[in-house]
Each structure stands twice: as C-alpha cells, then as structure tokens.
Write a protein that binds this ligand. Structure first.
Ligand SMILES: Nc1nc2c(ncn2[C@@H]2O[C@H](COP(=O)(O)OP(=O)(O)OP(=O)(O)O)[C@@H](O)[C@H]2O)c(=O)[nH]1
Length: 522
C-alpha cells in the first residue's frame, strides 16, 4: 500500500478557480447594478443640493427685479401728475420745458428705465429725460406706436415692441396725462432689453414674456426663442411684437438617462444635462425669470459608475477570491492531515507486520502479549501461548530453494490464521518460528486447538510449481501463571517446543509452570 494517496495537489485549487470564476461571474452584474444605484443616488443628492441653492438665488433675483419693475411701472403715473410736466404742457415756455426735462432726467436716474417721454396728443415728443443729448427723439413723431395710440384711446399699461427710430427692443409703460377729464398728452417710459440684460450678472438667468418667448438672455442663441409650453403666436403678431416672422423653440427636452436624476433637461445638440427653474413675482406677472443652468459635472456619471464598479466589483471579487482560497486551503490542509494520519497508521501497521507473511512481527506480538498478560493478571482470565515450529524446514529450503521455503512460511500463516479466533494473535518471532497467543483459553482448550492445528498441517500441504509439498509442525505451549512475565511464559512454551522436537516432532507439548506458581482459571 502506498504511503500517500496519489491525489494531484493542484486539483483542489483548480476546482477553487472554477468556483471562483462562477462566483465572480454572478457577482459582476450585481456590482454593476450597485455601482449604478450608488452613482444615481449621489447625483440625486448633488442635484437636489444645487437645485435648493439655485431656487433661493432665483427667488432673491426675482424679488429684487420685481421691486425695480414695480417702480418702473408706476413711474408714468408720477410723470402724469408732475406739476412741472403739466406746467410745461400747459405753457411750453423755454423755462418750463427745461424744468420739466430736468425733472424727467432726475426721475429716470432713479429707475432702471432708459428714457422718459412726454408725448403731445398729436404724437410728437415734447419732453424727454434725454432732451439735452444729441440722440434725443424730442420733436419726433410716435403716433403709430401702440404705447401712444392705444393709450390715447384710454388704455394704459405695459407694451412690448421695437423702437421706431432705434429699432431696439424693449418694454414701454405709458399712461394718459389728464387735465380734468381731458387727455392732454401721454407719459411713457422705455426700458431696453439690453438694459434688463445688464441688471443680471448671472448668464444662466433668462426672462420670458407672457407668450413664453425669451426676451432677455445673456446667451444670444436663446434670445427670441420660445420656451417649452409657449403659446402659439401668429406670424403677423410675431413680426409686430418681436420683429421676426418665426420663433424657434429653445430645444429643451426632458433628460432620460438611467443614471440622471429626474427633472433635468437636454438642450438640442448638447449632451450636457441642464437644470431649468422658473420663478414669477405677482408684480411682474407678465414676465417670468428662469434659470437655465448647465451641469457639466453630470457628464462624468458613466465614468463615475465605472469607477465605483471597479472599486466595488474589484474589492468584492478580491474578497470572494480570498474566502474561496482560504476555504480551499483549509480543506486542503484538512485533507493533508487525514492523509498524514492514514500514512502514519499504515507506517505503524508496516512497523508491526512481518514483511514476508504479513502477520504480526515479534515487536507487536510481545506488545500485545504484554497487554493481554496484564489483563489476565488483573481479571484472572486464562491465557495460553504456543510456539509453532516447522519440522525439518531446512530440508524444504535445501530441496526446493528459499522461495519455496518462503511459500511454506506463508502457507503456515494462512492455515493458522484461518483456524484461530478473532481475539487470538499469530506472530512471527524467528525465522521459521511462530508464536500464537490464545486469550481466554485454558490449558485443555489450548491443547485441543493446537492438536487440531498440528493435524491440519500433517494432513495438508502447499503447492509450489508442479510440486505438492507437505510439512508437519511441532508445538510447545504454556498457560499463564500469576508470577509470569512474557519472558517466563515464552520460555516455558519454548522449552515445551524443545521437548516436542526431542520427542520426535509432529507433536504438541505443554510447558508446566513451576509448582509454586498458581495458574488462574486452569
Ligand atoms: N525460506 C526461508 N527460510 C528461512 C527463513 N528464516 C529461516 N529460514 C530457514 O529455516 C531453517 C531452520 O533450520 P533449523 O533451525 O535447522 O531447523 P529445521 O530444519 O526446521 O529443523 P527442526 O526445527 O529441528 O525440525 C534454516 O535453514 C533457515 O535458513 C525465511 O524467512 N525463509
């Protein structure tokens, strides 16, 4: 029997690699999903944070703008009731006109407006905040402009349009100037889109009018474009109000990427997600402030997901590898331990066995006899020991050769082993000398067993090649006495064997104990 089982040492690790590969294949999709949801929730947190801050900012901008707008819209009423203006209209002397122009100049400074005009009922500008400037429109006629024509008919309020002479777009606020029930003129104030632009430092802010058209944006590409949800405007009205026959939509579509938080937009032609916020104040009911903020950092979400995947997937795979290898290693160590124990057991068996016949050798036989003799002394059990020796064995060796002699020895072991009980033990204690231990066996029982054995050898034989070879055995035995150690017991059996040989061989002799020694359970 080989000392170690010939298991290939790499096999458990090959199995571990297969298991690990399967585990990693199952783990990777889970890690990808995990990294996606981690990226998404982190992006959601960031966007919520930005949205919260930007909404506050937009509210502040809107309320600041609304204050200025309110003052702008109430200015025409102040002008219409100004004594200086009324005086200049009633009595347009050089002095009254100068005084009124000076007043209008002071007033415009306090608003975000660009120009104040007082227009006569014929539509001619008679007073202006910029009357002393070369670019002034004093003396020009505005009778076709809605902010004059409609106001003269009794309407008043806010108008959007393009300057008749400058072509510049802007908002006009105008009211009729009354003396008693008569309309004696129109007070108007204009604020240019450019001026509104300059009010806002933030390029992400834009303003739309009540039609949903962008009327103020620092980003030129957005100006005069329509926002999502804008009203349909007829081409004629578009030309009249905005000086354009067609208005393009701004091109915002809701962004739908699995990694992006909800509520973001894409602008046509750009991959960058945008945050779009709107804020309206009651006093600027016809204007809405918006914030269109690009969030380029969100373009990195796929890269971030890949990074998390590398991190989560990699560390998970590493942990799986370590656990799998550790478990495999522990299993391997356990298996090696088992193999070592088996090998030790086998070594012990071989150390205790006779190399030729496989029965117990002298060392083992004496150890077992020692233990059995101690048991016999402790419990008073009977114990018999016999020594069996082949008669004229030398002749077999000499006649047929040593290998045939060996076969004879093996025949003896086979024959004796088949004839004895399970608790009995046969050991080879010399060249062709065997000892037989018979526990729980009295002298008489031993005699019976040994006589039968002797007879079996006498009648039987073994085959070597073509030959049938027989031999007889001589047996000497002794029964354990109280004072016996294994030496004295074996000595008596040996002396009995000697007697059997002397007595003519092929016989069984008993080696009685000295008279003083009592024999248990004889
Ligand atoms: N084939 C073989 N022969 C062995 C072995 N061990 C001892 N012998 C032989 O056993 C023989 C013992 O011879 P002797 O002691 O003269 O005894 P015997 O020929 O059996 O004669 P008696 O015992 O007096 O009947 C010797 O020739 C040994 O060489 C062994 O392992 N194999």
């Amino acid at each position: 029997m080989p000392l170690m089982k010939s298991e290939h040492p790499r096999r458990p690790f090959a199995l571990a690699v297969v298991i690990l590969t399967l585990l990693i294949l199952a783990w990777l999709p889970a890690a990808w999903w995990l990294s996606g949801s981690l990226t998404r929730s982190e992006a959601q947190r960031n966007v919520d944070d930005i949205r919260g801050r930007r909404v506050e900012m937009l509210k502040l901008q809107t309320s600041g703008f609304a204050d200025r707008w309110r003052y702008l819209t109430t200015s025409p009423e102040i002008i219409a009731n100004s004594p200086a203006v009324l005086r200049a209209l009633a009595m347009p002397t050089h002095e009254h006109v100068n005084e009124a122009n000076h007043y209008l100049d002071m007033l415009i400074e306090r608003t975000i407006g660009d120009t104040i005009w007082v227009i006569s009922t014929e539509g001619r500008i008679v007073l202006a905040s910029d009357a002393d400037k070369p670019t002034t429109l004093v003396g020009r006629t505005l009778h076709d402009q809605p902010f004059f024509r409609d106001v003269l008919k009794g309407q008043s309020g806010q108008f959007f349009g393009h300057g008749l002479y400058t072509g510049q777009p802007g908002f006009y606020f105008s009211v009729p100037i009354r003396v008693g029930s008569d309309i004696v003129g129109v007070a108007a104030i204009k604020v240019r889109i450019d001026t509104l632009d300059a009010l806002f430092g933030d390029p992400s802010i834009l303003i739309s009018d009540q039609m949903g058209v962008v009327v103020m944006s620092k980003v030129r590409g957005l100006l005069w474009h329509t926002l999502p949800g804008a009203q349909a405007i007829s081409p004629s009205l578009q030309t009249l109000r905005y000086g354009k026959a067609s208005l393009e939509p701004i091109g915002l579509t809701p962004a739908s990427s699995p990694l992006l938080p909800a509520g973001l937009f894409h602008k046509a032609g750009s991959e960058t997600p945008y945050l779009f916020l709107s804020q309206r104040d009651g006093s600027t009911a016809r204007l809405t402030l918006h914030m269109l903020l690009p969030l380029p950092e969100l373009n990195r979400l796929p890269a971030q997901q890949r990074f998390y995947f590398a991190l989560i997937g990699g560390s998970g795979a590493l942990a799986l590898a370590l656990v799998t290898l550790l478990l495999t290693y522990l299993r391997h160590i356990k298996r090696l331990g088992r193999q070592l124990a088996d090998a030790n057991h086998e070594l012990q068996r071989q150390a205790d066995s006779d190399f030729l016949t496989g029965c117990a050798n002298r060392r083992k036989f004496e150890r077992m006899l020692e233990a059995e003799l101690a048991r016999s002394h402790r419990y008073g059990n009977a114990l018999a020991v016999a020594i069996i020796d082949i008669d004229f064995f030398k002749r077999i060796n000499d006649s047929y050769g040593h290998p045939v002699g060996d076969a004879g020895l093996m025949h003896l072991v086979r024959t004796v082993s088949a004839a004895i009980r399970e608790g009995d033990l046969l050991g080879r204690i010399g060249g062709e000398e065997f000892a037989l231990m018979l526990p729980q066996t009295s002298e008489q029982d031993a005699d019976t067993v040994l006589q039968r054995l002797r007879a079996v050898f006498e009648a039987g034989g073994f085959t070597a090649g073509e030959q049938r070879i027989g031999f007889t055995v001589s047996i000497g035995y002794a029964a354990a006495a109280e004072a016996d150690g294994i030496e004295s017991l074996l000595q008596r059996a040996d002396a009995a064997l000697y007697a059997a040989k002397q007595g003519g061989r092929n016989r069984v002799c008993f080696g009685a104990a000295p008279a003083a020694a009592a024999q248990p359970n004889a």
